[in-house]
Design a protein around this ligand. Sequence first.
Ligand SMILES: Nc1ncnc2c1ncn2[C@@H]1O[C@H](COP(=O)(O)OP(=O)(O)OP(=O)(O)O)[C@@H](O)[C@H]1O
Ligand SMILES: [Mg+2]
Length: 484
Amino acid sequence: MSTKILVVDDKQMMRDSVGATLQRAGYTVVVASNGKDAVAKLARHQPAVVVTDLKMPEMTGLELLQHLNEADSDLPVVLMTAYGTVGDAVEAMKHGAFDFVQKPFEGDQLVVVVKRAVEHRALRKENAALKVDRADRVVGPALVGSSGPMRSLATQIRQVALSSGTVLIQGESGTGKEVVARTIHAHSQRRDKVMLCLNCAALSSSLLESELFGHERGAFTGADQLRKGRFELADGGTLLLDEISEVSPQLQAKLLRVLQEGQFERVGSSTSMKVDVRVVATTNRDLTRSVADGSFRQDLYYRLNVLPIAIPPLRSRSADVPLLAEHFISMTAQREGREAKRFDEEALSLLKEYHWPGNVRELQNICERASVLCRGPVIEGGLIQPWLMPRGNATPLVHQSAAPPSMNTLAGSPPLQPPMASASPDMGGPLRSLEEIEREEVIRALGRFSGNRTRTAQALGIGVRTLGLKLKKWKEQNLVAQSV
Ligand SMILES: Nc1ncnc2c1ncn2[C@@H]1O[C@H](COP(=O)(O)OP(=O)(O)OP(=O)(O)O)[C@@H](O)[C@H]1O
Ligand SMILES: [Mg+2]
């Protein structure tokens, strides 16, 4: 029995022609006319690959993708997209689609993609992914870089890992503070114990308190069960406190006590608990300034700064750029089961000369985006150039366009029009989406309050957590600078 492919499309003509092409290439084809039908046929036929239309009534290809992912996360899904909807396809790839072909396509083109998907499936079966995962857990995350600053950082990490002292990692956003923290834990004597993380900027002060220290049943409205906090749960291990500068003064006092005495009480309890937790804190602000302006306790700063580690921004270690780029490209290739692409000379020199306001995270995003959008084996300078922000951009906090420009201009297709512009009878220029307006207001407010999220959230009338979540989402989509 030859390899089975499930073809999903609401249009019979398309099902027939795709089915015939794949049959000619030696595959057994099962067809489904909608998402529901596809899900039902999946269990019965267990295809090696699914080829589906992206836009279908009732259940879209993206929704089907989610169902398929839940049923079998290793099943490669190839999307057939209409001309001009490449943006959707890229979105789908972020959600785990294997690849896409743009209509109208040649039969051969589809067969090549399906063949790769079948091979990918076979590879997955050998459990390659699992092996990588296990290796990562044993040796810690990859900390790539061979520049002078990275070599001395590696030495520092080794020394710091030997002790149990509190570590304060400072560095701009996206420089790798969390990777360094994880590396420290993975090389410490606590490596077999848990490492927990908490982002102090994402929660309001009272929520943060109960996350850190836990609460008794009935401690406050809604506390209907006892809950252990991170300090308790991380006993014996490491606790990473991200964005420590955002902790409120009241909580700073409590943190100081737990760092000094290893003691704390759950919210609503008077019984002290003692734990052995190694704290690693990170900040992308200069904490000495926060101490100077009175927003951060000096005694807490000294308690945290026992073992300081400063991660230099990527622009001051451009020798690491090619290595990091290669690392991210090969990670993406490995994850997607394809051949790794490579940058041409022009692209590499653009990357090396760029000032990297979003540091390593920005480089990672660019590499992943280029891997997805570049159709051939070589990534050319012209593809990545539009994604690089000019130095000294007048509005450094926000990227100029809502989406990376070449997502819309891929492969010579005409730029997609903003949907509002064509739908509106108002001829006074394209309208901006509400989200875009919201984003700009948030960035403006952050600027006014020098990046202080608590005050920004107050001024905007939203919770700090909501603000944190919004910023996280926009950063992930590269819509605001990583340094926000
Ligand atoms: N030296 C490195 N080697 C490999 N990957 C790295 C390195 N530095 C950073 N990264 C990757 O870059 C991304 C950003 O790193 P990380 O989250 O540690 O930064 P951060 O400083 O904690 O950022 P933020 O301040 O926004 O929280 C991650 O995906 C991480 O894996
Ligand atoms: Mg971080």
